[in-house]
Design a protein around this ligand. Structure first.
Ligand code: GRF
Length: 207
């Protein structure tokens, strides 16, 4: 059984989808060991508690640097023998100290079809505003491994949605979010079944 840590800063609807997938048996070789947050009031922490999942909150204000914060978080994750870290609306960029500890074991979900609409400032509703402004006919979501860049890591899988006439950023966001919930659990299932391999920055899905 692979031990999963989910990192959240907000609502945690993706976390909920992962919890549900574990409880239903869709993800049968993984278990959420802990939900971690940098925000005390993240609703994701409540969701975890409702399902009797361990939670941890660490306030960034208690640390001098981001590296020191990340070092402590990495230590906590190591103590729990975490196999996979899933960022699900975790609004902090991880420092190399953390990334090096969990190389190839950190996933993120992004609400656009990377490599487009990723990077600095591309989060939340801004992503969908940018997609509409660019006149795109489709959008979607991407689950990827995390590397040193922002939203630049190897893509695991993507799910697409159409952009429709009359879409507002909020409507598009909702349509994409529904697909995120499907994509994330699928990627986690693949990881926990040892079906993902990173070969020269590309993810290969094994049969
Ligand atoms: C999602 O849109 C995800 O793609 C992005 O942050 C949002 C988190 O939503 N990284 P939720 O907290 O899972 O509802």
């Amino acid at each position: 059984m692979k031990k999963i840590a989910v990192f959240v800063s907000g609502s945690g609807s993706n976390l909920q989808a992962i919890i549900d997938a574990c409880e239903s048996g869709y993800i049968s070789k993984g278990k959420i060991e802990i939900v971690f947050s940098n925000k005390e009031d993240a609703y994701g922490l409540q969701r975890a508690k409702k399902h009797n999942i361990k939670t941890l909150f660490l306030s960034p204000d208690d640390f001098k640097t981001r590296e020191e914060y990340d070092k402590v978080v990495a230590t906590k994750m190591n103590e729990l023998n975490i196999d996979l870290i899933c960022l699900a609306g975790y609004m902090r960029i991880l420092t190399p100290v953390f990334l090096d500890t969990f190389k190839g074991k950190i996933m993120n979900i992004h609400p656009a079809l990377l490599p487009e609409f990723g990077g600095k400032g591309m989060y939340g509703i801004y992503v969908h505003k940018a997609v509409l402004k660019a006149g795109k006919k489709e959008s979607g979501c991407t689950v990827h491994f995390v590397d040193y860049g922002t939203d630049t890591g190897p893509v695991i899988l993507q799910r697409k949605v159409p952009v429709l006439d009359g879409d507002t950023p909020e409507i598009l966001q909702k349509r994409v979010l529904e697909q995120e919930h499907l994509a994330y659990k699928e990627a986690i299932k693949l990881f926990t079944e040892d079906k993902l391999e990173i070969i020269q920055k590309k993810v290969k899905i094994k049969e």
